[in-house]
Design a protein around this ligand. Structure first.
Ligand code: SF4
Length: 300
């Protein structure tokens, strides 16, 4: 394990520790959030560990999360199956409404700790830093400039990113966190090997799904994975497949009740048909853009 990285991560957590209340530590049940959980304990900073139950988590994840001492578990107002009916189409890579409504809830007005890492994806590399302040980018940028902090505007222009742990950056966090979504990402530069070595060193067994060959812990049927990954999920967890199919049946009924036309191009006859499309088995490959275009026609 790169002990310098470990020491630095601990220092980051001490530097940005809020004075008046504990950190809000976002805990998914995956390996990265186990790292930040252990680091927060090593740093001796005050923190609460929060997990957002998504209703589509694998049972192994649910049991593992419940085994974490002191964990707070938050349950969503609407389940995944209800959201699909509300939104009138399945979640997809381009329209991942479920993440915002199920997975990324909570912690408003708190300084959050996450296990976000650059190594996870190009999107993370572009949009994450040691400190990220989401929302009110103009105001945050002005605050950062006034404080003399080094910062960059995020590529999506919905926030600012800072990669220093100095007094200026700390000042910006103190001034902004109440009105924005502020995250400290102490392992942002860690590699997969860093993560596993750290967890082995501290005797963390981690989520048992990793021992079953999983690389990523997400919801069952998560559309952010490949079609093959979705199919594997549904082979391993047939009851969840059934719940999605039933939700798709209700979604079709909701579309019809709302007067959305059922065009020949889609011909979604029932939940099974939507499922085939969703996992990439329908050769026509209707895109979300197609659905949106059709819905727009309905409303004209
Ligand atoms: S992990 Fe996947 S399925 Fe779960 S909430 Fe996020 S995008 Fe949706």
């Amino acid at each position: 394990m790169d002990t310098d990285k470990e020491k630095r991560a601990i220092e980051y957590l001490r530097t940005f520790e809020p004075q008046t209340e504990p950190y809000y530590l976002c805990y998914s049940g995956g390996k990265d959030s186990d790292c930040v959980r252990i680091l927060a304990a090593l740093a001796g900073v005050k923190h609460e560990i929060w997990h957002n139950h998504t209703t589509a988590d694998a049972p192994e994840t649910v049991y593992y999360v419940r085994s974490i001492p002191g964990i707070h578990i938050s349950y969503p107002e609407r389940t995944m199956w209800q959201l699909i009916v509300d939104e009138m189409f399945p979640p997809t890579r381009q329209a991942r409404y479920c993440c915002a409504k199920l997975k990324e809830r909570g912690g408003r007005g708190r300084v959050k700790i996450t296990g976000v890492r650059w190594a996870e994806s190009k999107n993370r590399r572009d949009n994450a830093g040691l400190v990220r302040i989401n929302g009110k980018p103009k105001k945050s940028a002005k605050t950062a400039a006034d404080a003399g902090a080094k910062f960059m505007i995020s590529p999506k222009e919905n926030g600012i990113i800072m990669n220093n742990d100095n007094a200026e950056t700390r000042k910006v966090v103190e001034m902004c966190y109440r009105t924005t979504s502020t995250t400290i990402n102490p392992i942002v530069d860690w590699t997969d090997a860093d993560v596993w070595e750290f967890l082995h060193h501290y005797g963390c067994a981690s989520n048992p799904l990793y021992q079953c060959g999983r690389k990523r812990i997400g919801c069952i049927g998560c559309p952010l994975q490949s079609d093959a990954g979705m199919k594997r999920d549904f082979q391993e967890y047939p009851k969840y497949r059934q719940m999605y199919v039933h939700a798709f049946d209700r979604m079709i009924a909701a579309r019809e009740a709302a007067g959305r036309i059922k065009p020949k191009e889609i011909e979604w006859t029932d939940g099974e048909h939507v499922m085939r499309w969703w996992v990439g088995d329908d050769a026509r490959q209707i895109t979300v853009d197609d659905i949106n275009a059709i819905d727009a026609l309905d409303h004209n």
